[in-house]
Design a protein around this ligand. Structure first.
Ligand SMILES: Cc1cc2nc3c(=O)[nH]c(=O)nc-3n(C[C@H](O)[C@H](O)[C@H](O)COP(=O)(O)OP(=O)(O)OC[C@H]3O[C@@H](n4cnc5c(N)ncnc54)[C@H](O)[C@@H]3O)c2cc1C
Length: 446
């Protein structure tokens, strides 16, 4: 067993880890930084939406990690298995330890295929796909879809890029139209109660839901998949007082849906054609029969991280890293900061959010190293979601804490970011990947 020692240790060399490392080295020369990252490949995940719709090759989203870990950073190509913030030590899978003075935690999010009954068995065959796991298989499923119900669904609980499950739905619907599949019925089922929280993006998305005749199911919580029977099982959550519709269809009903109640262990079908059954009692369950199913699996902080003292021990944020909402300092240990998907920040987990988190961490970490307080409250919850709604249209939803719109003033001078446009599509397809690889990962701020 070896013990390495470094002044600053960064766990994870994904979007957050690399951006913080690169910006730190630009801000101060001579820092001794180690990065613990097991993978030799860096993934540009935002483009997986396009890969899943056949609009980009997966190979274009993967690059050699070595190109992005700054040369002055020591790369430890290993998995972290524990953090002891009291002894300021990280334990690796090999059993080696890495001692630190300051720690940045950025190991991302964990995809839990076992978080829904039957998902693990169903995934990857019979039309059950996910851009969160393998966008190439999503494209295979979409490309081979002939007609019937194409169901897109969200899990309960936080996930990375919560807009991604609906982006692939718009792209699939657009593809079905272009291919002349007029019998395709597209459905979207979500435990949420709105398609998007912030205006004017919500209204613009509704235009596309209408255009594609998407049947929406709100308050629908997926709990089981029967991959062989091609059935997705839902319970319905209580809707807020001002909402009455669990199901919103446009001109025609889209997905076939069966509702049933359990009585003495028996399943009784109560209605077969649609799900306008608001008067049914609480123990009613709903089955949507699908021909293809795209889902976002449930997600959490990595299991090993949840067992560390840096994670919230209870409450709704249990397991996520406890950080200050504005400074990104650990709420429990002053020499530790968190960035990206692993944190408990009440905003959408995206790479765009990290773009605004990284400078705040750098500023505050250097302050702590200089014996000062981490008092730069630079992060306001900014996150953004490039909502691709067709193979040549995108709108850019930018917001901060509480879902308040926070569109970039410079960009807004030239473009109406709340309206889907071809110019913004070009930004998604070409501009953002270029900025990611050449600007953000190199430590430049913009
Ligand atoms: C389909 C999809 C679409 C998306 N679309 C967008 C979008 O349009 N816009 C946007 O801004 N964001 C989007 N995102 C989200 C964005 O990619 C993530 O929010 C972002 O990558 C999070 O960065 P991170 O550093 O927290 O985690 P990651 O970038 O995932 O990096 C985590 C790193 O930690 C490493 N790691 C894992 N376990 C360990 C361990 N035990 N020890 C050490 N290292 C470990 C991993 O190998 C990885 O390199 C999308 C994501 C997906 C999946």
């Amino acid at each position: 067993m070896k013990t390495h020692k470094h002044q600053i240790v960064i766990i994870g060399g994904g979007t957050g880890g690399i951006m913080v490392a690169a910006q730190l080295l630009k801000a101060r020369k001579g820092l001794d930084i180690a990065m613990i990252e097991p993978s030799g490949t860096h993934v540009y995940q935002p483009a997986w939406t396009l890969v899943g719709a056949g609009l980009m090759k997966k190979s274009a989203t993967l690059k050699n990690e070595k190109r992005f870990i700054p040369k002055k950073v020591s790369w430890i190509k290993e998995y972290v298995e524990n953090i002891d913030p009291d002894s300021m030590e990280v334990t690796l899978r090999s059993g080696d330890k890495v001692a630190y003075e300051y720690l940045i935690v950025a190991p991302g999010i964990q995809i839990n295929l076992d978080g829904i009954e039957g998902l693990k068995e169903a995934y990857g065959k019979n039309g059950v796909c996910s851009n969160y796991v393998d966008p190439d298989y999503t494209w295979e499923v979409i490309r081979n879809f002939k007609d019937g119900v194409a169901l897109f669904t969200m899990p309960a609980g936080p996930i990375k890029c919560p807009g991604a499950p609906q982006k692939i739905m718009y792209l699939a619907a657009d593809y079905f139209i272009r291919k002349g599949l007029d019998k395709a019925h597209v459905a979207f089922a979500t435990p949420g109660t709105v398609i998007f929280g912030t205006e004017p993006f919500r209204s613009e998305l509704k235009n596309y839901l209408h255009k594609y005749n998407v049947s929406r199911r709100y308050g629908y919580k997926l709990y089981k998949i029967d991959g062989e029977a091609k059935e997705a099982y839902y319970t319905r959550l209580p809707l807020p007082e001002n909402k009455t519709d669990y199901v919103i269809n446009d001109e025609r009903n889209a997905a076939g849906c069966i509702a049933f109640v359990w009585e003495e262990g028996q399943k009784h079908v109560v209605e077969e054609e649609n799900c306008h059954i608001d008067e049914l009692q609480e123990n009613t369950h709903f089955v949507i029969k699908y021909d293809m199913l795209h889902l976002a699996p449930p997600q959490s902080a990595p299991s090993w991280f949840q067992n560390t003292k840096l994670a919230n021990q209870e409450g709704v944020n249990k397991g996520w890293m406890a950080v200050d909402e504005n400074t990104l300092q650990s709420r429990l240990y002053k020499n530790v900061f968190g960035v990206g998907d692993v944190t408990d920040l009440p905003t959408a987990r995206t790479g765009a959010a990290i773009r605004k988190q990284a400078p705040t961490i750098v500023d505050n970490l250097l302050k702590v190293m200089d014996g000062k307080d981490a008092d730069y409250k630079g992060y306001d919850g900014y996150s953004s979601c490039p909502l691709v709604v067709a193979h040549n249209r995108m709108l850019l939803a930018e917001f901060k804490y509480e879902g308040v719109r926070s569109s970039d003033p410079l960009l807004s001078k030239f473009l109406d970011t709340g309206k889907a446009s071809y110019a913004m599509w070009l930004m998604k397809r070409y501009g953002l990947p270029f900025l990611y690889w050449n600007v953000m990962l190199k430590g430049y701020k913009f």
